[in-house]
Every structure is written in C-alpha cells, then in structure tokens.
Design a protein around this ligand. Structure first.
Ligand SMILES: [Fe+2]
Ligand SMILES: [Fe+2]
Length: 219
C-alpha cells in the first residue's frame, strides 16, 4: 500500500508542487509550496484521526492534502479539478487501488471555494485544513506598500489555531490578528466564502464550525 511518506519523497510530485508554487508566485499569490501542503496534509489527517476514522483513511487524507494544490501548475482557475486529474494519473501509475484513488481525487477536486463541496469526510477535512492556513510567513511580497488584500490579511495573522473540542461537537478556528496591517473587514471580504465552505465541511463531520478573531466570536 502506498504511504504518505512515499508520496512525500516522490520526486515527480515534488517537481509539480514546486512548479505549481512558482506559477502562483508569478501571479503574486501567497506561498503554496511545501510548507502549505505539508501543513494541510498533517492538519487534515489529524482532524480525521481525532474523530476516530480508520488509520488508512487518515493516511489517504494526508496524501490528498499533500497533492491538493498541484493543479495550479496548469492554471489557478479550476486548479482543484486539474489537480485531481493530475493526481489520478500519478497514483494510477503507482498502481494505487482504484477505490483509494477515487477517495483522493474526489477530495482534491472539491477543495476550492469556487466549486468545492464537502462530498466526503476526507474532502471536508481537506477544506478545513486548507482554509485554516493563514499566516504571516505565507506573504512573499516584501514591499509592504504594494500589499494586496491577501497579503494584508495573511500578514496580519500572527497565529492561527484549528481545534476540535473534547466532546467532538465543535471545530474552532482561532485567529490572532494584528489589525495594524489588515482589518477584520479585510479578512471578511476574502474569507466569507471560505468560511461558508468551512461551515458545510464541519457539518459533514458532525461538527459545528466556529470562528474567533482576537477572542471575539464571529461565527
Ligand atoms: Fe487550492
Ligand atoms: Fe491550498
């Protein structure tokens, strides 16, 4: 059986992750490279692990998380779908079981807020992990005077935490925002759609989604 470790050490996949991030860098996007995809892989896996999903489902979720943004090498638009097709070819060539491939490509193909739907627990975990990766060091633009709204919002987040409560009823995204760089309104402008998707994703996992910014409960 193909493991997350094997996928992480695969040079072909590394090449696509790097190239996808280079393409986004050229477009002025925040970091989508190894730091982002590793965070998403591990966070998505830990969500399902905490909720008691089978070990193999957790492993496959990590694989989906690691590969979720490779489609950006083709185009930012519809990158979830193009990434799913790329993952299909790569994993099929590695002789992964079709049932497992199906779970992974379904999750990758549904992670983006434009057209994504949490069609499975794996897709839901991937969405929650992906949207919670907001942090200062994702900003690559070093000229603050030219920051766009994404730069401002990411730069303003000093710390973010995504946690499931002990009773397994709530998943809470806590953000510590330095409003000197970006306002809470900025955050809402770009995150409204993402937060709606997070709410649906949490529901898929039987959880309620809550958002807290600077100790204030917003959702
Ligand atoms: Fe993405
Ligand atoms: Fe992502």
């Amino acid at each position: 059986m193909i493991t997350y470790e094997e996928i992480k050490n695969n040079e072909v996949i590394k090449t696509y992750i790097k190239a996808a991030d280079d393409a986004l860098n050229a477009l002025g996007y925040t970091e989508h490279s190894f730091a982002h995809v590793t965070y998403v892989a591990e966070k998505a896996g830990s969500i399902l692990e905490t909720l008691g999903y089978p070990e193999r489902t957790v492993e496959l979720t990590k694989i989906a998380g690691y590969m979720h943004d490779i489609g950006n090498v083709i185009n930012r638009v519809d990158h979830s779908q193009s990434g799913a097709v790329m993952a299909f070819r790569i994993l099929d060539n590695m002789h992964m079981d079709p049932t497992e491939i199906a779970m992974i490509i379904s999750a990758i193909g549904n992670h983006d807020e434009g057209s994504g739907v949490p069609v499975s627990p794996m897709a839901a975990a991937l969405i929650l992990a992906d949207k919670s990766d907001v942090r200062r060091n994702r900003v690559r633009n070093d000229d603050m005077s030219t920051f766009d709204i994404h730069d401002r919002v990411n730069y303003s987040v000093k710390k973010s935490e995504l946690k499931i409560n002990e009773a397994h009823t709530i998943i809470k995204l806590k953000l510590f925002v330095d409003t000197h760089y970006g306002s809470v309104m900025d955050y809402f402008e770009i995150f409204m759609q993402r937060m709606m998707l997070c709410r649906k994703a949490a529901e898929k996992l039987g959880l309620q989604f809550k958002l807290m910014i600077n100790e204030q409960q917003l959702i």
